[in-house]
Design a protein around this ligand. Sequence first.
Ligand SMILES: [Mn+2]
Length: 293
Amino acid sequence: MDGTNFYRTIWLSDFYLGTRDTKAEFLLDFLRHNECEYLYLVGDVFDGWALRKSWYWHQYHNDIVQKLLRKARKGTKVIYIPGNHDEFARDFFHLQFGGITVLPSTIHTTVDGKQLLVLHGDEFDGIIGRTKWLSILGSSAYQMTLHLNRAFNHLWRRMGLPYWSLSAYLKRRTKKAVQFIADFENAIVMEARRCEVDGVVCGHIHHAELRMIDDVIYANSGDWVESCTALVEHVDGRLEILTWVTQDHNLRMRRSAVSGDGRASSSDLIELALARPPTRSGIQAKGSGVQWT
Ligand SMILES: [Mn+2]
């Protein structure tokens, strides 16, 4: 297969399938070009809350689910740790669906023997006690920036510019959000210490990160609503955050061609796939990783 990267492990989280805010096209592209031995879905894969309010299920969302099931069938060990938005899946802990195992949390051991606690992270909202993340995420101001973001990126694309997240940018600049993130990270790291592991991998706050907090590895796989990020473990055990921004002209052109009512058929997707150049020259995996020695 052309242009496929292989990692030992990939962690992905916060897709929010079932909403218009998912960057489903980028996620699908990522899943097509990246294979691994272990794949962790670190929560908020579906937005059950949004689906209850209004049904939005795009063909791309189906394709993502199919792609994940296919990976499991082909031998990738897929572990699904539900979050607070897909808490309906928390009724199915320790069960398997199509080869995908559902767990409340788990410990991953890297190839060089580091133990990483993997969990979604919403359980630490309450402990923080200050501003709950949910109140930020659920606030009309935040919803508004997501809407703005969509409109903005539509324009941005028409101007031929790559995806850029206005909402992620605004969030980074909000003092309250910055303080929340710091508190969240500290609470999670304390939990890692309590479990006597080397580090922790979580999602939930839509803020990809990989760094040492004192003696603990803190990693957050980010999201596919704003930033399109993944945490990966290379075959040598090195951890890295990838930002998957497609600058493929064909993809962009196809998208504007199919965007009429915002829906694409699978034949559109096949065409879209065929329109891709044989190498992954248009795709940039921007590394911002820390090397662990
Ligand atoms: Mn969450």
